[in-house]
Each structure stands twice: as C-alpha cells, then as structure tokens.
Design a protein around this ligand. Structure first.
Ligand code: BMA
Length: 960
C-alpha cells in the first residue's frame, strides 16, 4: 500500500484551547482516522427521553442542554436552578456521531477509540455492537474497534450514559445486600444526591458543604479514533537525581550534574510479543540520543526506558514560588518503527528539583516528642504557605485554562507556594499542572476519595487500579507535584466514627487498608518512585502506618498534618489553635460580595435569613455560626430586606473570615521554629481552606466564583508575605514576632510598635527596636508590657470604656534605609463593637493613571482620605482587577492604594463604579435603626460603653 505520511497534532485540552505550549502531544502515525481538529469538529447529537439536541465533545450534558435552550430557567447558578435542573442527572443520555472510514484505514494492525475521559458510566457502541464500557471518570479508555468498523460513513458511534445518580443508587443497593458502605447520604443542608462514594466520579458533583449538586454526564475530555501498526507514545516519566549533594543554603551558581531516567509508556498495536524500532529522547538543547530498542508488549502496552546523565552547569534548579525561578525544559520522546515508516512522539516540560517529605524524629534523644512533617525542596526546608483547591466549576467543561491561570496567579501573587488539590474534586487538567509548574506552586495531590468509606469489591478495585495508573502516568513528569495522598479525611472519619462505622470497625478498617494501602499505594509508588505517598490527610504519617493505618489519634499534634475547624470560639484573639506540625486545612466561612450575589439573586433574597441564603448555606448551622462569629466582635446589622443591610452583612462575614484566618495563619507561622517541652511546634505548613469557589454561596473560599478577591485574599497577601510581624497578647504582655521565610539574615532592621486611639488619627506612642531578622526563622522580637512599656492608662482613657477598647496596635518593620521589610500589620486589643470607633468619612480623593507596572498595563493610583481612624476599609469596583491592598486599617488621613486592572480601563471607568466603606458604616446603621425603632432614649451609640443592645444584636441570641 502506498504510504501516506500524515503528521498530525493530537493535543490535550490545553493546547486545543490555546494555552501555553509546553505540553504538546504530537502523534505522527502512519495513518490516523481523525486529527485533533477533525475530532473536535465531528458532529454529535445528544439524545434523552423524547429529546435530541446538538452535542459538544468534549463537553457535558448540562452544557449542551443549556446551549440548546432546553434548560430555560436561566444560568445554572441562578437562585434555585440547581434543584430546577436536577432532573437532567436522573435521565440517561446518549451521544451519537457517524464515523467516516476509508478502506485504506482498515488495514492497520490496531484501530482504537481513545477516550481521555468519559463521565462516567457508559456503553460505547458501534452499530449494534458494544465495543467498550466505562465506569470511572478518571480512567483513559482505549477500545479496540477494528472489527466493528466498515468502510464508508455508516459507522454509528454511540456513547450511552446511565444516570450517575441511579447508577450510584444501584451500586449502593448491591453493596448493602452484604453490608452498607456509608455515608448513606450527604446532610440535608447540602441539597444534594446520595451515594457519590459508589461511583468513580467527581465526588462533589453530588453536592458538598460549599457547592451544589450537578451530577453531569458526557465525553468530558478529548477523544480520537486512531489506527497504527507499531507503538503510540502516551505518557512520559521523568526522574532526575543530583549526582552531587545540594547545599542546604540555596546558591544560584550551584548547578549539579543529574542522573536521568526516562520511561515512555506506549499503547501497542499488538496484544503481546516484541516490537522493534528506535526511541529518540531529546531534552531541550542539552541532550538528544536515538537508541534502537526491542520492546516487549503485554496487554497492548509497553514501557521504553532510557538512562543518561546531564553534566554539571547545564541546568538551573526549579524552585517554588518565592525562592527562585522555575526553568522548564522540553522533553521529547519519539518512537519510530524499524522501517521508519511510522512515528509517534510526545513533548512534556520538566524541571530539575528534589522533593522530600521529611518525617525524622524532632529529638532523637526523646522520640516521644514526635516526628517532623516538613517539606524539603532542593535540600532546603521550606515553610509551605498556601490553600486548598476545589473544582473551579461544578461542570468541568465550564472551566477555561485562562480562568485556571487567573486563580493560580492569584495564589502566587499572595506568596503561596503550595496548593492541595483536594480529594473530592477531579485530578485537574493538564493546564492546571502546567501553570503550577510555571508559577512554582507545589501541588499536594490527593487521590479523589473524600469524606466517605468506599467499597472494595473486585469491579471497584479494578476500576481504581486503572484510575491511579492513568493519573499517575499522566501527571508524573510535573515538577510542581510534591506528593500523592490517598484520600481526604477518611482515616479520621473511621477513627472518630463520623459515619457510624464503629460497630463494624474491623470490616471498614480492612477495606480502608485494601483500597489505599494495598491497591492505590503500590500502583502509585511503582509508577512514580520520585515523590512521597501519604495514605491520608490528615494523618500522623509514619506514626499512622505504625498504628495500622488508623491511628488512635489521627489529629496528633506531634505527627503528620491536621485539619482544624472551630466555629464556636473567638478566633480573632487567637483561640487555642493546634500547635501542629502541618496545618493542611483550617478556615472560616464568609459570603461573596453583593456584586457576586446580585448576579444570581432577586431582591427578596437579600437577607441572611432568606430561603435563598439558607439554600446556599450548605454547612449545617452555618448561618448561625457566622452570626455568632460576627457578633463576637462587631454588630450584626438588622436584616430588613434592604440591599444596604444585606451588603453590610456580606461585608461583615468577609471581615470576620479575614481576621480569623489571619490570626490562625500567623499563629502557625509563629510556631515555625520553636517547640514546647512536650514536642509541639516546628509547624511546617499552613494551607487554609479554601482558595476558590465553585458557585456564589457561603463558603470558606478566599476568591469568589468568577475571580473577585474576598477580603481574606487581600489579607493572605500580607500574612503569607516572606517576612511578617505578628502581634499577640500573652496575659499582660504584648509579644511581637518576626517570621521570615527569606533564606538569609537581614541586619539592622527596625521594628516599630505603635499605640493608636480609635478616636484620634496618628499614633499616641511608639516603641522602636533594632534587630537582625534571621532567615527561615520565627522568633519573638519584643515583649512589652501594655502598662509599663506602652503607658496604656496614660494614653487610652475615655469615659468608662476599658483601656483596651480605646486603643489598638500597629507594627512596622523596615530596612535600615527605611523601605518596608514586612507589610504593616495591626492588632486589636479589644473588640471593635466595644471601641469608640468614630463615624469616619472616607473619600476617594483622586485616581491617577493608568501607568504600566509589573502587575498591570493599566495601573491606577487611588488616593483614599479619611477624617478619622477607620477599620477594614473596603474598596470595590466593577472593573476587573485587584487592589494592592484592601480591607486595611486607616490610622492616617491619607492612604495610597494601587489598582491593577485586568483590561484596558480609563480613569473615568474606574471612578464610575468605585465605592468605599468601612466598619463604621455597619455601626452607624445599627445606631440609625435603634433610633428609628424608638430606642433613642435608651439606645446610645454602640461605641459607647453603656450601650443598649439592639433587638437583632447577636448577643440576644447567643450566650457568649
Ligand atoms: C474539610 C474538607 C471538606 C470541607 C471542609 C469544610 O474537612 O475536607 O470536606 O468542605 O472541611 O467543611
């Protein structure tokens, strides 16, 4: 046969959508049925009961029905549409297309349909013959179809999806005939579907405590029909070990040699036996070698191996964000058959770094003090600063690489160097990890198992084996991936009987070990021997393993990581947070801005107690906890159905969240380099829960759905800064810590602590200290007595108000030349609700720009003026972009803030929608309401000591 040489690009979703070009899979084969472009342009229909519409592949049923306007009640996230549209997930859906095949195509040894992802339970049919089945959203399926195809376009391909909800229920019932694998269902507050743990699908698609249920179906990743005679390159493994030890202090000029191992996984045209050909490996312009290889094929697969060395001084180290650059090198594996008539190749980008999760005893002379849980990159112990990632949309097809990049950029801009991909979502897109590689964000990668027990029948385990194989092979080469973790919270759930497993503990424990220890772990470690595997998060790490994988106290502060949530005590004042080795989850809820809520609500919804607010609050008693937390420090405005009071409520939730997570994160950073006599301390990481939102609702996120920064995200920019000051009260003493993640020491730094009165601009007194800021150390810089050192009673008298309610502190750390070494920080000695907070009048007095800065080509300088001290000053605009700071405290009459617009913007456009508010606005509202309601005589301004309590004041509801 005459050979037609078709060089085609078969690309992952990132490439298809035009993002960065580093991970490009190039398949040049003798013949291929569809190029990527053809595959993408192939027409599909989607059919359900009594309905046929156009289908998009890759895509999903919900989106197709929306495009076809069959879903006619508006946006997916509008009001109660998650319930309105739930019927979609209860139906079965079929995608259909016609495959046009030339006679010449049919001669190839193997012809296969390759699906990078099918969501989830489907039968793949050509004509009337079933060619394959899927039951796992995370598996790459390759179905042989040579015998089912015929010449011409009469090849009808159907992918028939069963409702994920009914399938999960069927599996649950079948399992329950033996014993129940709980939880039976999510809490009713989730408004979700049951039995997500019985289907290998995004667990959160059945609902979570921050998101809706949209159990989707569809061909959610790329697919192709391909014919070949030899090998197709599918994935590349990359291992680089330094040939000499790295220094423990980073030295940019140190560029060691590396021992490299490459493995190339291939799909073979034949089922078994030997295949001859050549493998060419090229690594940037550093290395290229063609080797002749005879590969042994088993079950249509083979792996090709190549070892080589990179000499010294050839490559730069890849560093996490904040510690250096992220050089990436293109690695290409090219297979050619012996006759050199058929080739297949793939290019990925790789980086040179080492990672270790160190669990040494902290004190070899006293091992009861426990073990470290610290991340060592390139031989340097680094504090992990970051957050937890959930899916960026409930429908994966709705997430663009641009949006992913915006979210990860926002993490990098706030000094985050580690993000945990949480186990109830998806193994993220290629674009996600590529962007993380580029930004230097280490990825703690959970396997997708969360908050449940899971079945361990043969079918389930077989499916999980394929899942782990698919995903670890796909992702292994990314320098950003720090570790694999088996599951989210299932060790703790089992130990603490979250789902009523105690009566049959031994059974569930055995199942747990079967799934994570005996099935997932060996596969992951066999494929990827370059990074650690931990069985669960939280866990005690090695200690959990020693205790048979279900530790007696999985939340032990002396071992492993901890998830910590407490909504009932006073987080602002540093309630007793755990002195853990690694805080991998902690957080507090808030609501998104009014601008976000406005998009999906109607006026009748604008109250914290409206049915809509409860509908979007999936965390049981979350609204009450939020009210309690706000009431501890501020005044909850009466919810009178007006936009203003609702807006103030939303704002207060964000203030509360920002302050609480600030206090907790500073606490963890303060414990970085010290330890108690019992061994608590040496905290090595703080990953707050959670970075991003899935929709507009109450959640722990610091970034709203759509990308708008909440106050917490602005605070993260400060509390994760490389060097911070952190103040707290230890009985009568004010302690100021300086925490530095910098590698080197900084001499002659000047720390200034200022005392301020709420009713007076400027400081009333201040204390200076000169110090050396030690690198990668947290230490107490000063300890001052409020009375003797800061003369509290001299400066902070006012009527009958407590001294600590009249004054507050700010801290400043500067270099000897006066420039800032750390962001300014503040510490409230008392509670704002008890403070004589003046009615500040805050104005934006000028907007200058735009100019070009490193952050944006449209950077504006916004001057904010106030006639009085103001807390939590909050700027908002409709123009997409971020401020240099927000939610700040004004102690001077003027503040300069930069605004970085995402798009071309004029001063007029920015000015038109720019608003400013502060805590005073919520206080005066309480006051006004008291007056309106005839409480004038008894109602004193809430700033005054003898204030009356407003009927809606939270103090009437809760005993504090
Ligand atoms: C954690 C997570 C999630 C949850 C969050 C907030 O424990 O693992 O399951 O969304 O708490 O409740």
């Amino acid at each position: 046969m005459e050979c037609e040489w078709l060089k085609i690009l078969v690309v992952d979703d990132k490439m298809a959508r035009g993002v960065g070009a580093n991970v490009v899979m190039v398949v040049a084969v003798w013949w291929s049925v569809f190029t990527a472009t053809q595959a993408a342009q192939q027409n599909w229909t989607l059919s359900g009961t009594n309905l046929t519409v156009g289908g998009a592949v890759p895509g999903g049923v919900y989106s197709d029905l929306m495009t076809a306007q069959y879903l006619d009640k508006g946006d997916f996230y509008y009001r109660f549409n998650d319930l309105e549209y739930r019927f979609v997930s209860l139906d079965n859906w079929t995608y259909t297309t016609q495959l046009d095949v030339d006679a010449s195509h049919l001669n190839h040894t193997r012809i296969a349909l390759v699906f990078e992802g099918l969501d989830t339970v489907a039968e793949v049919v050509i004509g009337s013959e079933v060619v394959g089945r899927s039951d796992n959203m995370f598996v790459r399926y390759v179905f042989n179809v040579k015998d089912q195809l015929q010449e011409g376009n009469a090849n009808t391909l159907q992918v028939k999806f069963e409702s994920p909800v009914t399938y999960a229920a069927r599996m649950y019932d079948a399992q329950a005939a033996d014993y129940i694998v709980p939880p039976k269902c999510v809490p009713s507050a989730y408004q979700g579907e049951c039995h997500a743990n019985h289907i290998r699908k995004m667990q959160a698609s059945f609902s979570w405590d921050w998101g809706p249920a949209f159990p989707n179906a569809g061909i959610w990743k790329d697919w192709r029909l391909v014919g070949w005679n030899s090998l197709l390159v599918t994935d590349i493994y990359f291992s680089a070990t330094p040939s000499s030890s790295l220094p423990t202090t980073p030295d940019p000029s140190f560029r060691p040699g590396w021992n490299i191992t490459i493995k190339v996984w291939c799909d073979a045209a034949q089922e078994s036996g030997e295949v001859g050909g050549s493998l060419t490996i090229s690594l940037g312009n550093l290395y290229s070698l063609k080797q002749t290889i005879t590969a042994t094929v088993e079950n249509y697969e083979t792996v090709l191996v190549s070892n080589f060395k990179i000499e010294e001084d050839q490559v730069d180290l890849w560093w996490p964000n904040g510690y250096g650059n992220q050089p990436l090198y293109n690695l290409t594996a090219l297979w050619s058959d012996s006759a050199e008539t058929e080739t297949s190749s793939k290019t990925v980008s790789v980086g040179f770094r080492t990672v270790e999760l160190n669990q040494d005893y902290i004190d070899l002379d006293n091992i009861t003090k426990g073990r470290h849980y610290r991340v060592i990159v390139n031989n340097v112990t680094l504090f992990m600063k970051g957050s937890n990632w959930i899916p960026a949309h409930i429908l994966p097809e709705s997430v663009t690489p641009e949006y992913t990049r915006a979210l990860l950029n926002a993490a990098a801009q706030t000094h985050q160097n580690c993000i945990r991909v949480w186990g109830g979502g998806i193994y993220e897109t290629d674009a996600f990890y590529q962007i993380a590689d580029e930004l230097g964000i280490l990825i703690w990668e959970d396997m997708m198992f969360a908050c449940s027990m899971y079945p361990v029948n043969e079918d389930f385990l077989t499916s999980v084996e394929a899942e782990v194989t698919t995903q670890v092979r796909r992702l292994q080469h990314h320098p950003s991936i720090l570790l694999w973790a088996g599951n989210n919270e299932n060790e703790a759930a089992l130990r603490d009987n979250w789902y009523g497993t105690a009566q049959n503990f031994d059974q569930y424990k055995a199942d747990y070990i079967t799934l994570y220890v005996d099935t997932i772990r060996p596969i992951a470690m066999e494929i990827d021997d370059t990074r650690p595997f931990v069985v669960s998060s939280p866990s005690n790490g090695i200690k959990s393993e020693e205790e048979g994988y279900i530790a007696a106290h999985p939340y032990d502060n002396l071992y492993g990581d901890v998830h910590y949530y407490n909504y009932n005590s006073d987080a602002w004042q540093g309630e007793p947070f755990p002195i853990t080795r690694f805080a991998s989850e902690y957080g507090y809820q808030s609501w998104p801005s009014f601008k976000s809520m406005h998009e999906v609500t109607e006026e009748e919804d604008w109250s914290s107690t409206s049915p809509m607010s409860y509908h979007r609050q999936h965390h049981p008693v979350g609204q009450e906890e939020l009210a309690l937390q706000i009431g501890l420090h501020m005044h909850l405005p009466p919810q009178d159905g007006t936009a203003a009071s609702y807006q103030q409520y939303l704002y207060l939730t964000q203030v509360h969240q920002a302050m609480a997570v600030k206090a907790e994160t500073e606490f963890y950073r303060r414990w970085m380099s010290s330890v108690t006599d019992e061994g608590e301390g040496y905290t090595s990481g703080a990953l707050y829960w959670q970075l991003n939102d899935i929709w507009q609702g109450a959640s722990w996120a610091s970034i709203e759905y759509g990308g708008r920064w909440k106050m917490l995200h602005y605070y993260a920019k400060n509390f994760f800064a490389p060097v911070i000051t952190s103040t707290y009260m230890d009985t009568d003493n004010v302690k100021v810590y300086v925490v530095s993640d910098e590698i080197g020491d900084v001499k002659n730094a000047k720390l200034t602590l200022k005392l301020h009165r709420y009713d007076q601009l400027g400081a009333v007194s201040s204390v200076d200290n000169t110090l050396t800021v030690a690198g990668r150390t947290a230490s107490e810089a000063v300890s001052l007595n409020l009375e003797s050192d800061l003369a509290l009673s001299t400066h902070c008298q006012k009527d009958l108000i407590d001294l600590v309610d009249v004054c507050f502190l700010t801290s400043h750390l500067a270099l000897s030349d006066g420039s800032y070494l750390a962001p300014d920080n503040f510490y409230l000695l008392g509670k704002p609700k008890d403070a004589p907070l003046p009615d500040a009048s805050i104005q934006v007095t000028s907007i200058l720009g735009p100019t070009s800065s490193g952050s944006s080509d449209w950077t504006f300088t916004v001057m904010v003026n106030s006639d009085a001290v103001a807390l939590f000053v909050w700027l908002e605009t409709d123009v997409p972009g971020v401020f240099s700071q927000n939610g700040f405290v004004m102690t001077e009459s003027q503040m300069e803030v930069l605004f970085y617009a995402d798009q071309e913007t004029t001063t007029g456009e920015l000015q038109a929608s720019l608003t400013v508010m502060s805590l005073t606005d919520t206080l005066s509202r309480v006051y006004q309401n008291q007056q309106q309601e005839g409480l004038k005589d008894s109602a004193i301004h809430p700033n005054d000591k003898n204030k009356a309590i407003h009927p809606n004041d939270i103090r009437n509801v809760f005993i504090l």
